[in-house]
Structures are given as structure tokens and as C-alpha cells.
Write a protein that binds this ligand. Structure first.
Ligand SMILES: Cc1cc2nc3c(=O)[nH]c(=O)nc-3n(C[C@H](O)[C@H](O)[C@H](O)COP(=O)(O)OP(=O)(O)OC[C@H]3O[C@@H](n4cnc5c(N)ncnc54)[C@H](O)[C@@H]3O)c2cc1C
Length: 600
């Protein structure tokens, strides 16, 4: 059965013990906030996730969305849940207070998102896409557009979308064909077809604001000729009251819903733009600039979707492993009073549960680190501090997106394995996690493209400056723990893995410069290696805290003991993959590229 309770204790650990919550709340934008004020927000989000969104997850999957006469309906219950979501201010957690947002840190927003995604990934996409559209409008639209749209988007009164993909182009957006022509009144008319648009049409909000990539007349070919437009489903009305204030219907229609493997409660739409009125956002031909802003936020968001799914899969698997009786423990019966032992006694089941648990806690620790830096990038008083934080976020965004979602797919599969055949059939809702998780490796740029982004753009940017934000704290920490006998194992493991990452970085930089195919061949393994080293650093720090606080007594005693065991498992069973990544990187492109195309 799908089960989920917000992992609030581990969130508190990541937020306040592993990372510096005081530094976060010392940022001028958050001076009213402290850790005590954050806790009830997370508790309330956890309650919403468990009580409102989780019960709709499996039924939403079974029912899916429907399209009738151009009207898309979300699964039963989604409308009421969205109304509760919006009334609770959950759309507006990190939103700009000038437009009705709560102005809370991205770090808090990330943890809230984790819970929403864990409980109901399909539902999470509706506010998730809106948040991305809000950022693009906030950063790049004219004052008039911002005044008109930001209050509605920030508070979730209207929803947003991202319309990039067309039938013939997904990764290579330079090929897109949707056209925009000036209408002579400052607006534009858009014509073309988009596919795969998440939340492209639905019944949760009165209006939907599409952010659309299109080409202006005479635009340069390729990606340098793409512009970004805001195209509302309904043109704004003269009444700009709280319920929307919509006017005439614009020329945007949903022509079909995609039939897909998972996230069936999320309406993935084909949209037709027929002379639809839109407004330019940002400069002509600079659409990718605005779109990248939106995509970077969405990419981190997809990583957090992965984290949520890992936690949900883990919790469901633990529950089943405690209940399911099969076989006897290898050393002898653990529960002689029962006809068989629960499967949690078996080492292979433990391997699976520990892997999921360590993925969830590790990704949460890394997610909070990146979110903390995102807050610093946006709000630090000092320009240099903002720049350093921005560098770190840029470097780690593809890592978070790709590694977390790879772990999500692995964890959903492990949860299914723990359930045996009962995981493969529908009754327990576990196969839904496997189907839902799979898209996270594909959308917002496939994980292969994330790896190319890391190796081809983020690494060489500013002569490798971005790496400092990752490498320096790790090097300093290794120095600090080197002489600590309690930390011997963690120091040695971290130092070894960090050493391989440094060697791999040199290898990718030099070989990749001479031959870009070498960089492409190394990219996926380099991304994983970077992620594993970042996790190793965080697990070593978690172990240090757990060792120091062990003996605290009460429930914390159990928490810290478990944290230390999890850290040991990471170093014993997950981190060795770093060596394999390095060996694969070193092997170069030869055997990957040697096969003649005709031989495939
Ligand atoms: C359920 C769902 C929801 C979606 N939501 C949205 C949305 O809201 N808005 C939107 O605009 N789009 C959306 N998408 C589209 C999604 O972002 C694309 O499917 C994705 O970016 C990949 O594009 P593609 O499907 O055209 O694959 P392709 O670009 O055709 O890629 C196919 C394969 O080739 C690889 N590849 C392509 N180019 C390169 C290269 N240069 N180097 C190395 N490998 C390469 C890819 O990694 C992939 O493995 C959604 C898709 C789905 C299925």
C-alpha cells in the first residue's frame, strides 16, 4: 500500500544540524524567520501531503485526465485539493511578497515540494509549472505584464505552463517552427503546435498562462532566433478581481491529451495556437535566456520530484517488509511465534531498504545545500557572495536533476522488488511509483543532456570557477577530520573519492578540449562521480554530527545511531561506485564510438 508520513526529523537534521540555518535566516530577506518558525510550516505541509494529496494519488492514476470538447478535467478530487492548496497559501511559499507571496526561503520551498511530490507527483506538476512561469515573468517581462500577471500566478489563482516541445523538436529547440508576428498594437499573433505540455489545459484554475517559444519574422536560424511569449488562455479582463477577471477566449486549444506511462493525473497536452494573442517576454531572439531561467528552476524542481519519490517508495517498502512473512532469518528464526519471519530480516531485503533510505537522506542533505546556496544567490548582501552561490547552484543543478531522478527510478524498482509479485500488480500502488518516476529522467532535458550541460557548459564556465564552491569545502573538511580517530573510515573514503573526482576533472578538461566526443563519452559518469563525492562529503559530516551527539538520550539517541549506520552503508555500499565511474571515464570513447553505424 502507498504510505507516506513527512520525514520531519530528517528534514530538521538537514536544515538545522547539517546546514547552517542561522546563516540562512541572517540573510536580510529572512530576518523575521528562525528555525522555530520554519518547523510548523513543514509540519503543516506534511499534514496536507498525507491527508489531502496522498489519498488522491492512486485513484488519480487509475482515473487519469479526460478531454471532452476541448475541456480537460483532472481526476476526481484534484479540484477540491487544489482549492485547499491555494487557500493554504502553498502556491505562494517562496513567492514575492509584493505580489502576494510569503517570501520564504527557497530552502523551505524545497522541503515543502519534496512532501507534495512524495504524496502525489501528478498533482505537484500543476503548481510546479506555475512557479517556473512566475519566475520567467518576474525576471524578464515588462512592468505592465508583471503588474497584470504576477499577483495571479504567485498566488496560484491562474496557472502557468512551459510550451517548448514540438513534434519534431525536444532537445534541439533551435528547430522549432511556431511563428509569432507583430500585431501592430504591441502584441503578437502566434501560430503553431506544441506537444507534451504539462498542465497545458485543466480545470483547476480559471485561466492558464502559457510561456511559449516561437520565432519572429526574419529571426536568425537555430536557437539564436527563438523568442519567448506570454500567451494567456483567456485574455485578461477589465475586472482584475481576486477570482481572475478574465476576458475573451484566446486562440489556444487543447487538441489531444497524451496517453502515457505514468503521472496520469497530470494533463499532458497537445496545444494548438491559432493566431493566439501573446506578448513578448524579454528581448527579441533572446527567448532561451528567459526559458533557461525557468528551466533551471524546473530542473532543480524535477530533482526534488525524484527525492519525494525515493522517500515514498522507501516508506511503502519498509511497511511491507515488516508485514510480509516469508522464510526464516539465515541465523535461525527471528519470530518463532509466527509461521515465518518478516522479510525485513533477510540481507538482500536490507540491501534494498538501506539503499533507498540512504538515497533519500543523502539527496535531502544535498538538496538543502543547493537550496541554501540558491537563497544566498538571491539575497546575500555581498555581490561576491551572491556570485559564488550562483556558481555553485549552476554547477549542481544538472547533478541534482539527473542523479536524484536516477535514484528515484532505482528506488521505485527496489520498492517493487521488496514487494515481489505484489509490487508488480496494481493493488499495492507500487508499480505506480515506477511508472511515475520514469518521466523524471526524461523531461526538463534528459539526464544525458544534464550530463552534457555539466561537462560542456558548467565545468568550463569562468575557467572552472564553479568547481571551487564544491571542492574547497570538501578539501577543508578532509583536513579537519584527518586526525580524528572516530572519522578515520569516512576521511579515507572521502579523500579517495575526492581524489578520483579531481583526476577525472583534469581528464575530462584536457581530453574534452582536444576532442569534444571524449567529453560527451565521459559526461554521464562524470556527473554521477560529482554527485557521489558531494554526497560522500555530506554523509561524512552527518556521521561526525551523529558521533558527537550520540548519547543524547531519548528519541534522538535512535536517530543519531541510525544516521551513523546509514553513513557507514553509504561508504561501504554506494561510494565504491565512484571508482567504477572513474574507470569508465578513463576508458574514453573508443569502444563506444568504434562500431560502424551500419553494424547496429
Ligand atoms: C509527460 C511529459 C511531460 C512533458 N512536459 C513538458 C512541458 O511541460 N513542456 C515542454 O515543452 N515539454 C515537455 N515535455 C517534453 C520533454 O521535455 C522532452 O520529451 C524532452 O526534453 C526530450 O525531448 P524529446 O522527447 O524530443 O527527445 P529527443 O530530443 O528526440 O531525444 C531522444 C534521445 O536522444 C538524446 N539526445 C538528443 N540530442 C542529443 C545530443 N545533442 N547529445 C546527446 N544526446 C542527445 C536524448 O538524451 C534522448 O535520449 C514533456 C514530456 C513528457 C513525456
Amino acid at each position: 500500500m502507498q504510505t507516506y508520513a513527512a520525514p520531519l526529523r530528517d528534514m530538521r537534521f538537514a536544515l538545522t544540524e547539517l546546514h547552517d540555518v542561522a546563516a540562512l535566516t541572517a540573510l536580510p530577506a529572512f530576518s523575521d524567520l528562525d528555525a522555530d518558525a520554519i518547523a510548523p510550516i513543514l509540519e503543516a505541509a506534511g499534514k496536507l501531503a498525507t491527508e489531502v494529496l496522498l489519498p488522491l494519488n492512486a485513484p488519480g492514476d487509475a482515473h487519469g485526465c479526460t478531454l471532452e470538447n476541448g475541456v480537460v478535467r483532472t481526476p476526481p478530487g484534484f479540484r477540491a485539493a487544489y482549492a485547499a492548496f491555494r487557500a493554504g497559501g502553498w502556491n505562494a511559499v517562496t513567492g514575492d511578497p509584493a505580489y502576494g507571496g510569503q517570501g520564504l526561503p527557497q530552502t523551505v520551498g524545497m522541503l515543502v515540494s519534496e512532501m507534495i511530490c512524495a504524496a502525489n507527483l501528478s498533482f505537484s506538476l500543476y503548481p510546479g509549472l506555475t512557479a517556473g512561469a512566475t519566475i520567467a515573468v518576474g525576471r524578464f517581462a515588462s512592468d505592465a505584464l508583471r503588474a497584470l500577471y504576477l499577483p495571479k500566478l504567485t498566488q496560484g489563482i491562474w496557472a502557468g505552463t512551459m510550451c517548448l516541445t514540438e513534434a519534431h523538436c525536444g532537445t534541439d529547440l533551435g528547430l522549432l517552427r511556431t511563428r509569432a508576428v507583430p500585431a501592430g498594437d504591441g502584441s503578437y499573433r502566434l501560430t503553431g503546435s506544441k506537444i507534451f505540455v504539462s498542465a497545458g489545459e485543466h480545470d483547476l484554475t480559471e485561466n492558464i498562462v502559457h510561456m511559449v517559444l516561437a520565432r519572429l519574422p526574419g529571426a536568425p536560424p537555430g536557437i539564436k532566433g527563438v523568442s519567448l511569449f506570454l500567451v494567456p488562455k483567456y485574455l485578461p479582463g477589465t475586472d482584475s478581481g481576486p477570482d481572475g477577471g478574465v476576458g475573451a477566449r484566446n486562440g489556444v486549444t487543447c487538441t489531444a491529451l497524451e496517453h502515457k506511462m505514468g503521472i496520469k493525473g497530470s494533463a499532458t497536452c497537445q496545444l494548438s495556437f491559432d493566431d493566439a494573442q501573446g506578448w513578448l517576454v524579454g528581448a527579441p531572439h533572446k527567448g532561451m535566456h528567459g526559458m533557461f531561467t525557468m528551466m533551471n528552476s524546473e530542473r532543480l524542481g524535477v530533482g526534488i520530484q525524484g527525492l519525494g519519490l525515493i522517500e515514498a517508495a522507501y516508506q511503502s517498502a519498509v511497511r511491507y517488509a515488516r508485514d510480509r512473512l516469508q522464510g526464516r532469518a539465515l541465523p535461525g528464526p527471528r519470530r518463532p511465534d509466527l509461521p515465518a519471519d518478516p522479510i525485513i530480516v533477510h540481507p538482500d531485503v536490507r540491501r534494498m531498504l538501506m539503499t533507498m533510505r540512504v538515497h533519500a537522506e543523502g539527496c535531502r542533505a544535498l538538496g538543502v545545500w543547493v537550496a541554501n546556496r540558491l537563497d544566498a544567490a538571491e539575497h546575500a548582501a555581498d555581490a561576491r557572495a551572491r556570485r559564488d552561490a550562483e556558481d555553485f547552484v549552476a554547477l549542481m543543478t544538472p547533478v541534482v536533476k539527473a542523479m536524484f531522478t536516477d535514484f528515484a527510478v532505482e528506488s521505485a524498482n527496489l520498492a517493487m522488488q521488496v514487494h515481489g509479485g505484489h509490487g508488480y500488480i496494481r493493488d499495492h500502488g507500487i508499480e505506480q511509483y515506477a511508472r511515475d518516476a520514469r518521466i523524471t529522467q526524461i523531461y526538463e532535458g534528459t539526464n544525458g543532456i544534464q550530463a552534457l550541460d555539466l561537462v560542456g557548459r558548467k565545468l568550463p564556465a569562468h575557467a572552472g570557477r564553479s568547481l571551487r564552491g564544491l571542492f574547497h569545502p570538501i578539501a577543508d573538511f578532509i583536513e579537519n577530520i584527518r586526525a580524528d580517530p572516530d572519522m578515520e573510515k569516512f576521511a579515507a573514503g572521502l579523500e579517495r573519492a575526492f581524489g578520483t573526482l579531481q583526476l577525472a576533472t583534469r581528464h575530462v578538461a584536457t581530453r574534452g578540449l582536444a576532442d569534444p566526443e571524449e567529453a560527451g563519452a565521459a559526461a554521464g559518469d562524470y556527473l554521477r562521480l560529482t554527485g557521489l563525492v558531494a554526497l560522500a562529503y555530506l554523509w561524512a559530516r552527518a556521521a561526525q554530527i551523529a558521533i558527537a551527539r550520540h548519547g543524547a538520550g531519548g528519541p534522538d539517541q535512535t536517530f543519531y545511531a541510525a544516521k551513523r549506520i546509514s553513513a557507514e552503508f553509504f561508504f561501504d555500499r554506494i561510494l565504491p561506485d565512484a571508482t567504477a565511474c572513474y574507470l569508465k571515464i578513463r576508458s574514453g570513447k573508443a569502444s563506444m564510438m568504434a562500431m560502424p553505424e551500419t553494424a547496429f
